[in-house]
Write a protein that binds this ligand. Structure first.
Ligand code: NGQ
Ligand code: ZN
Length: 472
């Protein structure tokens, strides 16, 4: 990935003027945002004059981080929705279908699908993504000449689209608790700790210091690693980079919880809290199944719960106890995971709706200080998302990346409303195409709803998907 460096001479600033912008201290009026050549916010003034600044077309939000993506699964979205009344369709039968897709993707397909998915993310208001990447080997399990072959494709896709990337290479060694041998389709990603650490080091060298891209690590799940391999990879990467984000799928399915209890006598989150240095650096993806003690203790670590409400609904995972989690100071980030939905507003809406349906209440995820549900959810997901992705994002503030989402000020939903009411309309108002323009790292990547290179990226995506269907 190209490294944008701030020039050592006086940086050229670009100036933008927003009538309304969501700043860390709250909604502000007449905000002048100046960005430097390195893509950071250099200056910020409230109650300012527009002067020569570019006027933005609507209310301005910090771009939303997407903490959990498997980009390639876009090719499966909407194709696995028929069932058989005679048998239960479950997460595990869906996973068999997903694995069939896994065995058809060649590196150019991985790049074409990811590029298009990242453009879709940008158009919907995500400005950064955590790509939980595990398709490292060839479809028959042999190794590519370059161990970073497929990760390079993900990096290239992020670079071409313009989205900020936290690459999360995944260690996947076993098919189940107690170090069960990987299944046949898992040959595409199964590897041991030694091979994984060499790969991680190669990626670390490849990415280097880059304001648009950073590296994390992802022990896939407690099912897929052993206590020793989990400890080894976390120690290895932390020695090189103590601040590195650690992401893990943790308690998504009840069957997974049951298998964990059968293996060690403890539930997965309880086991993890006992045996791993869970902290603010960690993102507990699909921490769906928590008992009261796990919930309280996990929230206190400062780890982010990585929630993907539309995927969790699609896969029949269960409902995360978001009300109690937030009441216990728990942190939350949102993700598009299997890409059945690529829209932060829809993830946040379903996070709230899951609680409403379960509790038979309204306006659940809000606080006395922030009575607006939209205002609460958007802020919570910005803070948790930025933390989980380990980059300076999620705030319109000096020194942070200039990642901005401009809502469509001409849409009637956003007229005659200010402050958090805008976020309630955005998330719950049934607004079609609410996002107009998107800036990432000081660069416009979506202008008037069109993403840079959208046409070519879409053709490449459609061609890739057609090939995949032929190969399936
Ligand atoms: C994944 N997806 O890594 O893509 C998983 C399925 C697995 C979700 N957990 C694979 N939603 O869990 O082994
Ligand atoms: Zn996942």
């Amino acid at each position: 990935m190209r490294c944008e460096r701030a020039s050592t001479s006086r940086p050229t600033l670009s100036a933008y003027f927003a009538a309304h912008a969501l700043l860390p201290g709250g909604w502000a009026r007449d905000v002048l945002i100046e960005t430097n050549a390195g893509g950071d916010i250099e200056r910020l003034a409230e109650g300012a004059k527009a002067d020569g600044a570019v006027r933005l077309w609507g209310p301005v939000l910090p771009g939303m981080p997407n903490v959990h993506s498997h980009a390639f699964q876009r090719a499966l979205a909407g194709t696995a929705e028929s069932g058989d009344p005679a048998r239960h369709d479950t997460f595990w039968t869906w996973r068999d279908r997903m694995y069939r897709l896994v065995l058809t993707l060649e590196p150019p397909d991985i790049e074409a699908v990811a590029t298009w998915v990242y453009l879709e993310m940008l158009k919907s208001g995500y400005t950064a993504v955590g790509e939980f990447h595990y398709l490292f080997h060839t479809p028959d399990g042999s190794r590519y000449d370059s161990p970073t072959e497929t990760a390079d494709r993900v990096i290239a896709a992020a670079e071409r689209s313009g989205i900020g990337l936290t690459l999360l290479p995944a260690l996947y060694t076993y098919s189940g608790f107690g170090q069960q041998a990987p299944s046949s389709p898992q040959r595409r990603f199964a590897m041991d700790v030694e091979e994984f650490c060499a790969l991680w080091d190669a990626l670390d060298a490849r990415i280097g210091r880059n304001p648009q891209c950073t590296l994390g690590v992802a022990p896939h799940s407690l099912r897929a690693v052993s206590p020793q391999s989990l400890a080894s990879v976390v120690t290895h990467v932390s020695r090189r980079r103590p601040e590195v984000p650690v992401h893990i799928h943790v308690a998504e399915q009840q069957a997974e919880v049951d298998a964990c209890v059968a293996w060690c006598g403890a539930r997965p989150v309880a086991w993890l809290l006992e045996h791993a240095p869970v902290s603010e650096r960690w993102c507990l993806v699909h921490a769906t199944h928590l008992d009261a003690s796990e919930r309280t203790r996990a929230a206190l670590t400062g780890a982010v719960a990585g929630l993907c409400p539309t995927t969790e609904a699609n896969l029949g995972d269960g409902i995360f106890p978001a009300q109690q989690w937030l009441a216990g100071q728990g942190r939350i980030g949102i993700g598009s995971d299997s890409q059945v939905t690529i829209d932060p507003a829809e993830e946040l809406r379903w996070l709230e709706y899951g609680q409403r349906l379960f509790l038979q209440q309204r306006a659940v995820l809000c606080t006395a200080e922030t009575p607006s549900v939209g205002g609460t959810l958007y802020r919570v997901a910005l803070a948790g998302g930025a933390q989980a992705l380990g980059r300076s994002i999620g705030r319109i503030e000096r020194g942070f990346r200039a990642d901005l989402v401009v809502l469509d000020g001409e849409n009637s939903a956003f007229r005659d409303v200010t402050g958090d009411g805008l976020l309630d309309r955005y998330i719950f108002g049934g607004v079609r195409e609410p996002v107009r323009d998107v800036m990432v790292g000081g660069r416009w990547v979506v202008a008037n709803r069109r993403a840079n290179g959208e046409h070519a990226a879409k053709s490449r995506y459609l061609r890739a998907v057609a090939h995949l269907r032929e190969r399936a």
